[in-house]
Write a protein that binds this ligand. Structure first.
Ligand code: BGC
Ligand code: BGC
Length: 856
C-alpha cells in the first residue's frame, strides 16, 4: 500500500521547498540502486565499475598511534562534539569550548561580526577566538584544535579585496589543468592569510543539464576534463603529497564536492535526483573524485541530491562501501548545510542514519545545532550509533587535523602568513587570474575578422555588464548570491570596461562608457557587455535555455542599425540560447564570469601596441551550446545535432569563419490557450503525482486508494464519480504535508494575464486545530504559501466550496510561475479532515468561485 518513493527534491520543504518525484523512478531504482551481483565484487558488494584507488597521502602508523591515544582519552561528549560543524553566525567561541565542537564554517556571505567589510585582522582574530576555545582544556577534556571551513570557490570570495578567479565553467574552457594548480595555490594562500584552514572546493560536478543554477561551478559536461582538473586543483590547494608543507603554511585542506552526481539531477533541478545507472554514475559523475583522491584530497562533502531516490546524506553504499572502502578515501565526509535533515526518518536535529551511513561531520549551520548535538550524543550513548562508527568518524577527523599539523601550528595568528594582508589580492595572484580570464574566453563568431581590434580607435563600451564587477563575478562573490555589491566592494579589481579603457587610452584612442549605448560622436566600434545577473544555488535554476535579454538585444540592434561594428561580450554561467544576440553582433565572445580581473578580456580582444595579435583566443567550449531555447539536454553523445556550437568549439584569430544568420526560432511554445490546466481530476495528471511528507519526514507517493502514514492519511473517495476526490486527514501529531509534485517544471506564466488562479474544490469535515498553509513550490527556497486557516475554519462542515488563489498573488509572494514543481500542496501541524476535488489552473472569472484566498 504505502510505496515509499525516494525522491529528489525535498530540501527546504517546510521553508517553502517542495517534494518532487515521479513514478517512473520505481523501475530505475530497482535497476540501479544496488549493483547487480553479476558485476559486483562478491566479497564487498561493490560494483566492478568502481576502480580500486589509493589516496595520494599514505597512512602513517605514527599518526594512527597518536589518534589511538587521543581517542582513549576522549569522552563520548568530546567525540560527538568533533562531529559537529557550526556556523559563525550561530555559535560563539564559548559554545565551541563547552561542546568541544570540532569545526566551524562561514557560509556564503557570512563574515566576522556580520561585517561585510571585515578586515583581514578581524578574520584572524575570530579564528583565534574559536581556536583558543577549542584548545581550552580547563574542564579536564582533551585539547583538539578546531578547523574552519569556507567556500573559497573562485578565490577567497567572502573576503573584500581577494582575488576572484573566473568561475569553474570558464576555467574549464581554458583546457589548462596546470593552471588549476596555480589557482588552487593562490586561493589557499589568501585563505591562510585570514587564519582559515579548510576550503569547500573544488566542485567536481559534471553538469549535464545546463538549467541547473550551479552549472557555472562545473568545469565541464565532460567527465574527462573534470578528472584532469580535480587532482590539479586539490594539489594546488593542499600541496604536493610529498612536500613538507602539505596541508599547511600556505596550503589548506581541500574538499571534493558534492558527492555524488550533483550535476546529474533530472531536469537540472537543484538538490534533485540523479536517475541513472551505476555505470553512468561512475563514468560520468565520479571521475573528478578519482583524481582528487589520488591527489590526497582530505575531505569530501556529501551532496544534497539523491541517486535513484536515495539521499546522498544517507547513502551507505556510496559513502562507506564505495568512497571509503573501494576508493580508499581515509579523510572525512562532511555534510552540506543541514542536508542530513532530508534523509528519510531524519530531521534537522536528529539523524543517526547519516552517521551510520558514513557521514563523519554534520554541517549544522543554524542555532538548532545544540539539539543535534544532544540527540547525537544520546544515540551514541544508546548504541544506536555504534561505538565503532563513532570512533571511526572521529578518527578520520583527527587524522586530517594531525596531517594538517594543527596540533603543532599554534593559534591561527601565530602561523606563517597569518594576517599577511599583502597576500589578499596579491599582484601575482591577480596575474594568474588574468591569465585564466584570457585563456577562458570563447570566440563564437568573428565575422569579417572584426577582432582583434586596434587600440587607437574611438571605442564605445555599452551594456550593464561593462563596468559592473559584481555582475562579471557571478554568484559566491562577497555575498552568497553575488548580489547587492558595488564596484567599491571589490578594491583592486578591474571591470571589463576598466581594462578596455586602459589599453585604448594608452594608445591614444578613446573609450567611452555608455551603458545605454548613446553617444555624441559616432564610435568606430561598439563593445557591448551584457548577460546573466549573479545567482547561486537554489535561485539560479531556470526552466529553459532562453537568455531573457530583450533590452540587450535592442541595444545591439540599435548600434548595428547605425552602421557601427558591434562586439558582444556575453557574461554567463551556462550555455544559453542567444541566436538573436549573435545575429545582432559582428563578433560574439562568451566571457563567462571572469571575476576580479576584467582586464584579461582586453588583453585578447585588442591588438598590441604594434598592431599585432596580443593574445589569441584559447578557450573552447566545455559545454555544448544550444541551437534553441528548449529544455533539451545537450552533451557529447546526447542530442549533439541540437548544438549550435559543439563541445570543443571556439574560434581563433587564425580562423576565417563567417557565421551566417542563425535560426531565431526559440522552439518554446507560446501558449496562450485559455483552456484550464488540470492538475488533479480524480487522478494526478502528468507530470504530477500525489505525494506526502509525513510527520517522520518520510516521503511517499500515493498510488493506492488508502494510505496511512505517520500523522497523516490519504484516501480516495467519491464525490460525483467513483474515487474522483481525495480525503486528507491530519492527526495533529506533527507537521505533515500533502500535494502534487513533479520532477520537471511547468510554466504557468501564460495564465497570469487571464486572471489565472489555482482553483480547487474543498469540503471540510473537521476544521483545523492549527494554522494551515496552501503552497505552490518551484524548488528549494522557491515558492509561496498562503494561509487557508480561516477559510477552512469558516467552511460549513460537509459542504463543497470552489476556492481560488490568484496566481499573481502567488507570484508576488515568491512563486516563480515559469518553473513550478508543485502547483498545490497543503501542510499543517494541527488536526484537520478535508477533501479535495478537481484541482486546476484556470481563469478565475470562468470558474464559478465561492471563495478567494487573499494575498498576504
Ligand atoms: C552549498 C555548498 C557550500 C555550503 C556552505 C551549501 O548550501 O551547497 O556548496 O559549501 O552551502 O556554504
Ligand atoms: C546562507 C549562506 C550559505 C547558504 C548555503 C544561506 O542561507 O546565508 O551563508 O552559504 O545558505 O545554502
Amino acid at each position: 500500500m504505502k510505496k515509499r518513493i525516494l525522491l529528489g527534491i525535498i530540501s527546504g520543504l517546510i521553508a517553502g521547498g517542495g517534494l518532487a518525484g515521479c513514478s517512473e523512478q520505481n523501475s530505475t531504482q530497482k535497476m540501479a540502486g544496488v549493483p547487480s551481483s553479476s558485476s559486483s565484487d562478491s566479497s564487498t558488494g561493490v560494483s566492478a565499475h568502481w576502480p580500486q584507488l589509493t589516496s595520494g597521502i599514505a597512512r602513517d602508523p605514527s599518526v594512527e598511534a597518536r589518534i589511538d591515544a587521543l581517542l582513549a582519552k576522549m569522552s563520548i561528549e568530546e567525540k560527538v562534539g568533533q562531529m559537529i560543524q557550526v556556523e559563525i553566525r550561530s555559535a560563539t567561541p564559548e559554545d565551541v569550548k563547552q561542546y568541544h565542537i570540532g569545526s566551524i564554517l562561514n557560509g556564503g556571505g557570512s563574515f566576522p561580526n556580520d561585517n561585510k567589510h571585515a578586515s583581514v585582522a578581524d578574520w584572524v582574530a575570530l579564528a583565534d577566538a574559536y581556536y583558543h576555545a577549542s584548545m581550552d582544556a580547563s574542564d579536564g577534556g582533551v585539547a583538539i584544535p578546531m578547523i574552519w571551513g569556507t567556500d573559497a570557490v573562485h578565490g577567497h570570495n567572502n573576503v573584500i579585496g581577494a582575488t576572484l578567479f573566473p568561475h569553474n565553467i570558464a576555467l574549464g574552457a581554458a583546457h589548462n589543468p596546470e593552471l588549476m594548480r596555480k589557482i588552487g595555490a593562490a586561493t589557499a594562500a589568501e585563505v591562510r592569510a585570514t587564519g582559515i584552514d579548510w576550503v569547500f572546493a573544488p566542485t567536481l560536478a559534471v553538469v549535464r543539464d545546463d538549467r541547473w543554477g550551479r552549472t557555472y561551478e562545473s568545469y565541464s559536461e565532460d567527465p574527462e576534463l573534470v578528472r584532469a582538473y580535480g587532482g590539479e586543483m586539490v594539489t594546488g590547494m593542499q600541496g604536493n603529497p610529498d612536500a613538507e608543507d602539505l596541508l599547511q603554511v600556505k596550503h589548506v585542506i581541500a574538499t571534493a564536492k558534492h558527492y555524488l552526481a550533483d550535476g546529474g539531477t533530472l531536469n537540472g533541478i537543484d538538490r534533485g535526483d540523479a536517475i541513472i545507472s551505476e555505470e553512468e554514475l561512475v563514468r560520468l559523475h565520479a571521475q573528478g573524485y578519482f583524481s582528487a583522491i589520488e591527489a590526497g584530497v582530505q575531505t569530501v562533502m556529501a551532496s544534497f541530491s539523491s541517486w535513484n531516490g536515495e539521499k546522498m546524506h544517507g547513502h551507505k553504499y556510496l559513502m562507506t562501501d564505495v568512497l571509503k572502502d573501494r576508493l580508499g578515501f581515509d579523510g572525512f565526509i562532511v555534510g552540506d548545510w543541514a542536508g542530513h535533515q532530508f534523509v528519510n526518518g531524519c530531521s534537522n536535529v536528529s539523524c543517526p542514519q547519516s552517521v551510520n551511513a558514513g557521514l563523519d561531520m554534520f554541517m549544522a549551520p543554524d542555532p538548532s545545532w545544540k539539539e543535534l548535538y544532544k540527540n547525537t550524543l544520546a544515540q551514541a550513548k544508546s548504541g544506536e550509533i555504534p561505538a565503532a562508527r563513532l570512533d571511526d568518524a572521529v578518527r578520520r577527523i583527527l587524522r586530517v587535523k594531525i596531517r594538517a599539523g594543527l596540533f603543532e601550528a599554534g593559534a591561527p595568528s601565530e602561523r606563517a602568513f597569518a594576517a599577511d594582508e599583502s597576500l589578499i589580492g596579491a599582484p601575482e595572484h591577480r596575474a594568474v587570474a588574468r591569465q585564466a580570464v584570457r585563456e577562458s574566453l570563447v570566440l563564437l563568431k568573428n565575422n569579417g575578422n572584426l577582432l582583434p581590434l586596434a587600440r587607437d580607435q574611438r571605442v564605445l563600451v555599452a551594456g550593464d555588464g561593462a563596468d559592473n564587477i559584481g555582475k562579471q563575478s557571478g554568484g559566491w562573490s562577497i555575498t552568497w548570491q553575488g548580489t547587492g555589491n558595488q564596484n567599491s566592494d571589490f578594491p583592486g579589481a578591474t571591470s571589463v570596461y576598466g581594462g578596455i579603457a586602459e589599453v585604448v587610452e594608452a594608445a591614444g584612442g578613446t573609450a567611452e562608457l555608455s551603458v545605454d549605448g548613446s553617444f555624441e560622436q559616432k564610435p568606430d566600434v561598439a563593445i557591448v557587455v551584457f548577460g546573466e545577473d549573479p545567482y547561486a544555488e537554489m535561485q539560479g535554476d531556470v526552466s529553459n535555455l532562453d537568455y531573457k535579454g530583450d533590452a540587450d538585444l535592442a541595444l545591439l540592434q540599435k548600434l548595428r542599425a547605425q552602421n557601427i561594428p558591434v562586439v558582444a561580450l556575453f557574461i554567463t554561467g551556462r550555455s544559453l540560447w542567444v541566436n538573436p544576440e549573435i545575429n545582432a553582433s559582428d563578433a560574439f565572445v562568451a566571457i563567462w564570469q571572469p571575476g576580479s580581473e576584467g582586464a584579461g578580456v582586453a588583453d585578447v580582444i585588442f591588438r598590441n601596441a604594434e598592431g599585432e595579435v596580443n593574445h589569441d583566443f584559447k578557450g573552447k567550449l566545455t559545454f555544448s551550446w544550444p541551437n534553441d531555447a528548449q529544455p533539451t539536454v545537450r552533451n557529447p553523445g546526447e542530442n549533439e545535432a541540437l548544438a549550435q556550437f559543439n563541445f570543443g568549439y571556439g574560434l581563433t584569430y587564425g580562423d576565417t569563419v563567417e557565421i551566417a544568420a542563425l535560426s531565431e526560432q526559440s522552439g518554446l511554445k507560446v501558449s496562450d490557450s485559455a483552456e484550464a490546466l488540470a492538475v488533479f481530476n480524480g487522478r494526478a495528471l502528468d507530470p504530477w503525482s500525489f505525494q506526502v511528507m509525513d510527520t517522520a519526514n518520510n516521503l511517499s507517493t500515493i498510488s493506492s486508494s488508502v494510505a496511512k502514514l505517520s500523522g497523516i492519511s490519504v484516501q480516495s473517495v467519491d464525490r460525483k464519480v467513483q474515487e474522483d476526490s481525495r480525503r486528507l486527514r491530519w492527526s495533529g501529531e506533527g507537521s505533515a504535508m500533502v500535494g502534487l509534485f513533479a520532477n520537471s517544471r511547468t510554466d504557468l506564466t501564460s495564465y497570469l494575464g487571464k486572471q489565472g488562479a489555482l482553483v480547487f474544490d474543498v469540503k471540510v469535515d473537521a476544521a483545523p486545530s492549527a494554522a494551515v498553509s496552501l503552497g505552490m513550490n518551484c524548488g528549494t527556497d522557491c515558492g509561496a504559501e498562503q494561509s487557508i486557516t480561516e477559510l477552512l475554519k469558516g467552511a460549513t462542515p460537509g459542504e463543497w466550496k470552489t476556492v481560488a488563489v490568484d496566481l499573481q498573488c502567488l507570484a508576488e509572494a515568491g512563486a516563480k510561475l515559469d518553473m513550478v514543481l508543485s502547483p498545490f500542496y497543503v501542510r499543517t501541524a494541527g488536526a484537520l479532515d478535508m477533501t479535495v476535488h478537481n484541482i486546476h489552473i484556470a481563469s478565475k472569472a470562468e470558474s464559478g468561485v465561492d471563495a478567494d484566498i487573499h494575498c498576504g
